[in-house]
Ligand binder design. Structure first.
Ligand code: C5P
Length: 321
């Protein structure tokens, strides 16, 4: 049985990918997918629903393509997301669904991601994820932090609701991070949906060295604690971290090329910094190794949010070359 026949036989993967005789043909999502079956793995890069690359490989230990698939692992990731639009997440920091609907309409599909944060999720819950998911991939920014079992349950629900990226606090510790990772994989497999990317918050950008001292963390610089928590998160199976663009280059060095770096604090030249202390332009953030740029007020408060988002996407495109 060929590898693509194996894929075709998987009911769960059939929901994600369409096949012809040459293998995966198109997909409902953009991004990078990797599937493993026994000794075989297949990578698929997708751009606006079209497969732009599909390759398979067999590990050195593997000797045969035949056999009935028993277990499949599916990874969603940031690699292959070369389209500039797929590198921008616009924050839907609004108090209700009506405001979210207006902002989404004004954006006109300019960004590949929409971020649902605490404000909108507290007001509207999964309906906000569902609404945002009609136009873009959903970044659900709830910054989860609780006992492992509770976080795992919340991750399962968020995965089933269609969120493609979830945030959680690295300070929740190794067991909580691992429980979240396992819950995301299991819930995605059971529901036949994309496995969400998990990214960890290290030290909130609002905290100073003195604030860390108040909670018993004695460090000379916040960067030390940022790095320690980033390493803990990635070691525990989390895909990456949220970091200021100013920290991104150092974290890329420490975490390596596979880690997903998400950077808020993005301002084009001329934008006010608002309450963000450490800001950078889209071009500088990409150059520092950021994968996904989060932008709120510079887009939301612009007279034409769609135009403002497209300007950022253009700058990202130039930086990507
Ligand atoms: O309006 P602004 O562009 O500053 O919005 C940034 C978005 O990113 C907000 O939704 C904020 O909650 C989020 N964020 C942040 N800093 C972090 C983590 C998330 O600004 N460290």
């Amino acid at each position: 049985m060929s590898l693509s026949s194996c894929f075709r036989r998987s009911a769960r993967l059939k929901k994600i990918l369409e096949f012809d005789e040459n293998g995966p043909r198109s997909c409902a999502q953009s991004g990078y997918l990797a599937f493993e079956h026994g000794e075989w793995s297949q990578s698929v890069s997708l751009h606006h629903g079209e497969v732009v690359f599909a390759g398979s490989s067999r590990s050195a230990a593997g000797s045969s393509r035949s056999g009935t698939p028993k277990t499949w692992r599916y990874h969603g990731g940031m690699r292959g997301m070369e389209a500039a639009r797929d590198r921008l997440a616009v924050a839907l920091d609004v108090p209700d669904l009506a405001g979210a609907s207006d902002l989404i309409a004004a954006l006109g599909g300019a960004s590949g991601w929409l971020k649902v944060g605490l404000e909108l999720y507290t007001a509207a819950g999964p309906a906000a994820v569902e609404m945002a998911g009609r136009d873009a991939r959903v970044f659900l920014d709830l910054k989860l932090h609780d006992i492992p079992n509770t976080v795992a349950s919340a991750v399962s629900v968020a995965t089933r609701s269609g969120a493609s990226l979830l945030t959680l606090h690295a300070q929740g510790g190794r067991a909580m991070l691992r429980a979240a990772r396992d819950a995301a994989a299991d819930a995605a497999a059971a529901a036949g949906v994309e496995q969400p990317i998990l990214v960890a918050i290290t030290v909130l950008t609002s905290l100073t060295v003195s604030d860390l001292g108040d909670v018993g963390v004695a460090v000379d610089a916040t960067d030390i604690q940022v790095q320690r928590l980033a390493e803990l998160a990635v070691e525990s199976g989390v895909d990456g971290v949220v970091a200021s663009p100013v920290e991104a280059a150092a974290l890329r060095q420490v975490l390596g090329p596979e880690a997903c770096l998400v950077t808020p604090g993005i301002r084009t030249s001329g934008d006010p910094a608002d309450d963000q202390e450490r800001v950078a332009t889209p071009r500088a953030a990409i150059a520092a190794g950021a994968d996904l740029l989060v932008v709120g007020r510079p887009v939301r408060h612009a007279p034409d949010p769609g135009k403002a988002a497209r300007r950022i996407v253009d700058e990202i495109g130039l930086a990507l070359g």
